[in-house]
Design a binder for this molecule. Structure first.
Ligand SMILES: Nc1ncnc2c1ncn2[C@@H]1O[C@H](COP(=O)(O)OP(=O)(O)O)[C@@H](O)[C@H]1O
Ligand SMILES: [Mg+2]
Length: 492
């Protein structure tokens, strides 16, 4: 079931099938020894340019098969980013530009590639089909029974003709997929069959809606085309291989619908009716057990995000950079999921580099660690970003612990430093309080009389140290809170 007008994509898929039988590719790689990298047998070369703080930043590298599966990233797009995946040795050896005055270089496919793309598909079609058959036979897939070519397993008609629910699709993806997300066409089909119901939240970028897909609730974060870079970045982070975790918001799909004059950018995720931890704590108090479950799940989500897992099924270490109660969601079962990964950065431990040029002052001022406020942070070290997250985690724990009701006693909901800075504090307001006066949120004396609150109070202080290296790690916080939850009866 081929689609007219999608020749490049089709050809890319045919190449892909053939590449699956061939050896790896050599690609230009800026951050590699000899500026060269080699893909495994079914990878691709990557070439992109993005506008970062008004400057074009290019990235050339190798793509692993799993990264390639989330093909949303092989698109070329409008003003703020261009990207292409290609499938011949050193095919990414051209420099992409965003500005129209450099139209030749700006093309996603080089002239040579275009010639190759128009001639070679005929020759390779037969081989491609054979490769497709070979690949299909070696992979068990729910949709492959009637397939003819490599594109078909992504076909939306097939998806729509099944009665799969989101859980099945996500389950299929986790057990048999790449570990990085649903195939592009499946994502697109899901996104385009969602019916929006009501607006549920607004943050920095666009609006979040509750939508319905096949009778199930989903959350749709809609970005304006002006914020394409943020949409792209968040989708990219969510599709990091093996990121999926019960305490990280479950990503479903990204879609960019070009409606002529403007582009609608959607991020679809699991919907959590309680909304953010901020909303939840404003509305309800929590029991000691409820507090421990929430604290443990936020710490577990952060520990997973921060952890590097080595191996083919591994994941890079990721720092969130905007952890706060508004970016944590509360699930029906009382656990939490970390959301809003739009500012996150990934660590490449082989080159010891961070995946985007890191602008260190990007989060929410109120939650910024002292070293971010006074700009003493060492941005060369990835550890620094994790440690800044831990400081923010301590503040989220403080918001949570205040709402823990013991013998009917609790405090009202407040944001950290509510008594020390104005409602929309500037960096300078924050710096004076946090760095100069070295103040931290008040830990009430009565917390000493409840074991869980006493431990929480101690934990948050150990997340707030001025010296970032003295702070606890997410894993340590998780272990301490889990000991608390393992205590048979939490002493009150
Ligand atoms: N999956 C979801 N389920 C329920 N509410 C959500 C969901 N995602 C976001 N929200 C609500 O929308 C708000 C903004 O979402 P967020 O992803 O933080 O966007 P932004 O990048 O604009 O800050 C959140 O604080 C929360 O109240
Ligand atoms: Mg947010």
């Amino acid at each position: 079931m081929t689609r007219p007008g999608k020749r490049s994509f089709q050809a890319a898929l045919i190449f892909l099938s053939v590449a699956q039988l061939a050896a790896g590719l050599k690609c230009v790689c800026q951050l590699c020894i000899n500026h060269t990298c080699e893909t495994s047998s079914d990878g691709a070369c990557w070439n992109s340019v993005m506008l970062i703080e008004g400057k074009e930043e290019t990235v050339k590298s190798c793509l692993s098969p799993s990264e390639l599966n989330g093909q949303v990233f092989c698109y070329s797009s409008r003003n703020v980013s261009k990207r292409s995946c290609c499938f011949t040795d050193f095919c990414n050896n051209e420099t992409l530009h965003l500005h129209p005055e450099k139209p030749v270089e700006g093309s996603s496919w080089s002239t040579l590639q275009l010639v190759v793309m128009s001639l070679v598909p005929c020759l390779l079609l037969g081989v491609g089909v054979a490769a497709g058959v070979f690949v299909r036979q070696s992979h068990r897939c729910a949709y492959t029974a009637h397939k003819q070519d490599p594109e078909e397993h992504l076909d939306d008609q097939m998806l729509m003709s099944t009665d799969k629910c989101l859980k099945d699709l996500i389950g299929d993806m986790s057990t048999s997929g790449s570990g990085s997300g649903l195939p592009l066409l499946v994502q697109r089909t899901i996104a385009r069959t969602i019916v929006l119901q009501e607006s549920i939240g607004k943050g920095r970028f666009g609006e979040v809606w509750r939508g319905k897909w096949r009778g199930e609730d989903v959350a749709v974060k809609i970005f304006s085309s002006r914020d394409e870079r943020s949409w792209f970045r968040e989708a990219e982070i969510y599709q990091t291989i093996m990121l999926r975790h019960e305490n990280i918001l479950g990503f479903i799909a990204a879609d960019n619908k070009d409606s002529g004059s403007w582009t609608q950018l959607w991020l679809v995720s699991e919907y959590h009716e309680h909304g953010s931890l901020y909303d939840y704590l404003n509305r309800y108090t929590v029991s000691v057990e409820g507090m421990v479950v929430l604290a443990l799940s936020v710490a577990s989500g952060l520990a997973h995000l921060h952890m590097e897992i080595i191996g083919t099924q591994g994941k890079p270490a990721i720092a969130h950079r905007d952890l706060k109660s508004k970016n944590v969601l509360v699930k029906k079962n009382g656990t939490a999921a970390i959301a809003d990964l739009g500012l996150a950065v990934k660590h490449d431990s082989t080159t010891n580099t961070i995946d985007i040029p890191s602008n260190h002052r990007v989060g929410t001022k109120r939650y910024m660690a002292p070293e971010l406020l006074d700009e003493t942070i060492n941005t060369q070290s990835f550890e620094s970003f994790k440690r800044a997250d831990i400081y923010s985690l301590g503040l989220v724990f403080w918001e949570l612990a205040r709402r823990c009701s013991v013998r009917g006693l609790h405090e009202d909901f407040q944001l950290p430093y509510y008594d020390l800075v104005p409602s929309d504090p500037t960096i300078d307001d924050m710096r004076k309080v946090v760095c100069e006066q070295k103040l931290r949120p008040n830990v009430p004396n009565q917390w000493q009389s409840c074991e869980a609150l006493r431990v929480m109070g101690k934990l948050m202080r150990e997340c707030w140290y001025v010296n970032p290296s003295a702070r606890l790690t997410a894993l340590r916080v998780k272990k301490t809170v889990s000991q608390l939850s393992a205590t048979k009866e939490i002493k009150i």
